[in-house]
Design a protein around this ligand. Sequence first.
Ligand code: PLP
Length: 445
Amino acid sequence: MSQNQVQDTLRDTLVELDKRHFIHPTSSLKQQHTSGAPFIFTEGKGVYLTDISGKKVLEGMSSLWNVNVGYGRKELAEAAREQMEKLAFTNSFSSFSNEPAIRLAAKLAQITPGDLNAVFFTSGGSESNDTAYKLVRHYWKLKGQPQKTKIISRKKGYHGVNIGATSATGISPFQEMTSSLAPDFLHVDPFSIEALKECIAREGADNIAAFVAEPVQGAGGVNIAPDGYFQEVRKICDEHHILFIADEVITGFGRTGKLFACEHYNVVPDVMLLAKGITSGYIQLGAVMLTERIHKELIDLSDGVLLHGYTYSGHATACAVALKNIEILENENLVENARLMGEELLKGFKAIQAEIAIVGEVRGLGLIGAVEIINPVTNSRFPTLLSPKVSAEAANRGLIVRTVGFEGMDTVVFSPPLVINKQEITELLSILRDSLLAVQKNLAD
Ligand SMILES: Cc1ncc(COP(=O)(O)O)c(C=O)c1O
C-alpha cells in the first residue's frame, strides 16, 4: 500500500469509530452519524491546523475562541511536562495548596482590573458561571439577605451548559433542549438600560443577587455594547446593591485588544469569570475572580466550611500552563497585536461589505468579529440560512469559521489566534470574500 492509501485507510477507520462511539458536544448527532467528521485534526502550528488527509486550514476561530497564543507551542508542552514530572496534581481542598496555583492566583490578581484580587479555580467557563451564581447567593445569605437569589442575564448571552449556566444563557434553543431549568434566572434585552431598570423595578432589588453579562457577546453573534452601556450598568448595580458579574470567558486574555474587555469601558466588576484563553486551550482551567471587598466579607462573615469545590480546582499542571501562557501573551505583545490585527480585520470586513450585496452589518473589537448575511432587497435574513453555506465554502477553501443562526441571525463569526499576522489576515479575508461571492452567485443561478 502507498503512504496515501495507508493514510486513507486510517482515516476511514477513525471516521467509522467516531460515528459509532464519540458523542460530539454541541453537534448534530444525525449529521455526524451519517456524514462523519469532515476534519480529523492531527497537528497545529500558529494559526493553521492540518487534518489527517494532509489538508491545511487557517483556523479563523482559535477553535472555540480560546487558542489565543496559537497552536504548537512547545513552551506550554514543556511547562506541563516539567510540572507533571514534579507534581502533576494534588487537591486544594481544605488548606492543601501547591506552588503553581498560588503563583497563578497572585498573577491574576496583578493583571486583572481594580481590586479583583482573590481567585476560585474551576475547570472551565460553565463551572466558573455556576460557581459565581452560588457564591453571590452565598454572599447575600451571609449578609443576612437570603432572599436576594435572582440572577439577571441578557438575551443572546451565552454562559455555558451546566444547569445554572444554561439557565443564564439567553439563547432559547440551548434552554429548550432540556425540560427543566434552574429557578430565579431572568433575561433582559442585551443593550437596553431601560429593560434592566424595568426588570429591577418589577422584581425588586431586594430579591436580585447579581447581573451577569459578557462584555462582548460571543456565541450570541459577537454583539458589542454601545458607548456608555457598561458604565451605566455599573452605576445601576451599585445603586441597587446588585453584584455585577462580567463573563470574560471569551473576551479575557487579550481577545478584544485589551487584556480584559472590561478595560474598554473602565468598569471593574464585582466578579469576573475566566476560562478559555487562560491556558489558550492547552489544558482545562477556569477561574472566578472576586474583589478584595467581597473576599474579605466572605471571610469575616464565614459561618463554617465553604462547601463548594471541584476535584480539579487549583490543578497544579493546569496552573503551570496558564502561567506560561500569560508569560507568552506578555513577552510577545499579543494583546497589542490583537488590537492592530483587529483593525486590519475590521477594515477588510468593511471592504467586503462595500463590495458584496448579501453582506449586512459587520462588527469587530480586537480579534473578535462578525459578518451578517442579509437579503439586500428586504434588508432582513433570507428564509434559508446562508451562513452555513459560507462556512462550508470557506472550509473547502481552507478557512475555518463559525456561524450563528438563531434568534433571527444569519451571521459568520471570527476569532483567530492572537498571533495572526498581516499576511494571514489577508488570506482569511480573501477566502471569506471568495466564499461569500460563491454563495451569492449560487443564489442568482
Ligand atoms: C462567554 C462564555 N461563558 C461561558 C462559556 C462556557 O465555557 P465552557 O465551554 O468552558 O464551559 C462559554 C463557552 O463558549 C462562553 O463563551
